[in-house]
Write a protein that binds this ligand. Structure first.
Ligand code: E4P
Length: 217
């Protein structure tokens, strides 16, 4: 399972890219709105930092408007993947865009039926939002597992991005459920490094080395 960062913040993306652990980035209009600069100015910088797909979402709700915005976004950089919500107009846009070779990530997926519709329309990615399902008392990880099983069983050419990840425990859960990608906030990615035994281990190794008064020759 690949790890993506879910942010439009260039500094967070730069740091995670330096660590060598991320394979892509997802953004959405709420994340883009948090940044000071205009999103179309930020997007090329994000694409240069990441050697992989960068999802950027359309705002239009009608298929013609979506297609127009999608072509514009895709023209910004070869890494751009257009994000489109799961609606009938959205799938009409996916059909046209995928026939033009523009990759689409279908977003706001909350059911297996929605994922199946998106895959059939030609989506390269589907993004089930597990955290938001957990918020209303459902089990987001179970939906990710169902979608992965359906895609495998019917040999569909769509990758599953486990999105709306809220905490570190979601990450191994969706990896075991078979998600191809997990996209997470920077805070969660940083927390994945953490374990108290790692901190204690580093401290005791350094102390023992100092006590023995050794140095690298
Ligand atoms: C994914 O593509 C979305 O941008 C994101 O994961 C939504 O997460 P949220 O539910 O924390 O807003």
């Amino acid at each position: 399972m690949k790890l993506y960062l879910d942010t439009a913040n260039v500094e967070e993306i730069r740091q995670a890219a330096d660590w060598g652990v991320i394979s892509g980035v997802t953004t959405n209009p709420s994340l883009a709105a948090k940044e000071d600069d205009d999103f179309t100015k930020i997007l090329p910088s994000i694409c240069e930092l990441v050697n992989g797909p960068v999802s950027a979402e359309v705002i239009a709700l009608d298929h013609e408007g979506m297609i127009k915005e999608a072509r514009k976004l895709a023209g910004i950089h070869k890494h751009v993947v257009v994000k489109i919500p799961i609606t009938p107009d959205g799938m009409q846009a996916v059909k046209t865009l995928s026939s033009e070779g523009i990759k689409v990530n279908v977003t706001l997926i909350f059911s297996a039926n929605q994922a199946l519709l998106a895959a059939r329309a030609g989506a390269a990615y589907v993004s089930p939002f597990l955290g938001r399902l957990d918020d209303i008392g459902h089990t987001g990880v179970a939906l990710v597992r169902d979608i992965v099983d359906i895609i495998d069983l019917h040999e569909l050419n769509t990758e599953v991005i486990a999105a709306s990840i809220r905490h570190t425990e979601h990450v191994p859960a969706v990896a075991l459920a078979g998600a191809h990608i997990a996209t997470m906030p920077f805070k969660v990615l940083k927390q994945m490094f953490k374990h108290p035994l790692t901190d204690l281990g580093i401290e005791s190794f350094i102390n023992d080395w100092k006590k023995a008064d050794k140095s690298f020759k």
